[in-house]
Write a protein that binds this ligand. Structure first.
Ligand SMILES: *Cc1c(COP(=O)(O)O)cnc(C)c1O
Length: 385
């Protein structure tokens, strides 16, 4: 695949921002994950450990490679893999442990890495929701052998869709580079143009009071094939489509460069809005989540547990409030055929309970204090502690 200057530049600047040696841009975050797993040598009969509270798109690359996902239940406060349960799931076949920093809360990287090291298993960080978060003063994405990132619409900053793989390991970077050189396909001109149009429309019409309705419209158009959806129908089954391993278009990279330039403001805004939610919870006599001191999260969404999640989600669009729902089941979305993904119902009870109760409130740069307040007031009567 021919590399365009903007893509090179985005890779370089992203690596520089993170403090990593190598970065590789892709069409989506899941493609970056696939590249890392393949370069790590994950194959038939291997096992990959990940939290049982994730998105099915995070499980697909494991299945594509013929490996088996092993799910670990989560910690109820940070929604991250419960490190106390991790060691039980490690076997001689364990090839990689995925540390997914859910909502932007960092995993307990000290204990997680210590356990992984003791068993000589590499850690790969899923930073798709955790741009700027840190643990014990160190940025998420710099602990493991490699990390992957997503720039999809709802992620910390967006290129429409898009993803990145980062690593400090020269050998792994060499192998990812080889894969890209030999197998990566370029997005078609039509795909790149459609996505560019969607980015322009997104900037023009997505505001806190419109986002719920626009999301419904977007999903409808994506089903009709009129826009590029975040996932195609072939991605809801564990078989890799022929055009899966795709690179990033120059337009995405340019959007990414703009996102990087605004990143500090974006992060500061997310911190400010999250602090407001903390305050409002306290004022309402509801305690905000008690996050361990070493964790310094930048939240992409602010999770709260509610009674009647279905009712809240159904009523939100007509009230013009932006309430999100990650994750709707252990392997989001709700219609994922769990048996095809080796998930045994009730094997991660804490995650299942969270999926049943948690909705999330916006923190993104377009969230005004007023919109945040309205979203908070909308859920406040049914918040559970
Ligand atoms: C969005 C997301 C992904 C996949 O990213 P895409 O760019 O949509 O492929 C993976 N893991 C997590 C936790 C995500 O939120």
């Amino acid at each position: 695949m021919i590399r365009h200057g903007a893509v090179e530049q985005f890779q370089q600047q992203f690596a520089q921002w993170l403090g990593a040696q190598h970065a590789f841009a892709f069409w989506k975050g899941r493609v970056a994950m696939y590249a890392i797993l393949r370069a790590t040598g994950v194959g038939k009969g291997d096992e990959v450990i990940l939290p049982g509270y994730t998105c099915v798109m995070d499980v697909n690359p494991i299945k594509y490679l013929g490996a088996r996902p092993i799910y670990v239940d989560i910690d109820p406060v940070t929604y991250n893999l419960d490190v106390n349960l991790l060691e039980w799931q490690i076997s001689p076949r364990t090839k990689v442990i995925i540390a997914q920093h859910t909502y932007g809360y960092p995993c307990r990287m000290d204990r997680l890495c210590e356990i992984a090291q003791r068993h000589n298993v590499p850690v790969v960080e899923d930073c798709c929701l955790a741009v700027g978060s840190s643990f014990a003063g160190r940025r998420c994405g710099t602990f493991g052998l490699a990390a992957y990132w997503s720039f999809q619409w709802n992620k910390p900053f967006t290129t429409g869709i898009g993803g990145m793989a980062t690593t400090n390991d020269a050998e792994l970077a060499g192998r990812i580079g080889q894969l890209c050189q030999h197998e990566l396909i370029a997005p078609s001109a039509k795909e790149a143009a459609m996505l560019a149009l969607q980015r322009a429309v997104h900037r023009a019409v997505i505001f806190p009071h419109t986002v719920s309705l626009m999301t419904l419209l977007f999903r409808y158009l994506a089903r009709k094939g009129l826009v590029i959806g975040s996932s195609s129908t072939s991605e809801f089954e564990p078989r890799m489509a022929a055009d899966f391993f795709k690179g990033m278009s120059p337009g995405q990279a340019k959007a990414g460069l703009r996102g990087l330039r605004r990143l500090e403001g974006n992060i500061a805004h997310r911190r400010r809005i999250a602090r407001l939610y903390d305050q409002w919870l306290s004022q309402a006599g509801l305690e905000p989540a008690k996050i361990p001191l070493e964790m310094d999260p930048v939240l992409v969404r602010y999770p709260v547990r509610v009674a009647d999640k279905a009712g809240i989600l159904a009523a939100a669009p007509s009230h013009g409030v932006e309430i999100g729902s990650w994750f709707e089941c252990p392997l989001h979305p709700a219609q994922t055929p769990l048996e095809l993904y080796d998930y045994t119902p009730r094997s991660c009870p804490v995650a299942e309970q969270a999926a049943y109760q948690v909705v999330n409130l916006p923190t993104h740069p377009r969230t005004t204090q007023r919109a945040a307040r309205r979203a908070f007031e909308f859920v406040r009567p049914v918040i559970q502690r």
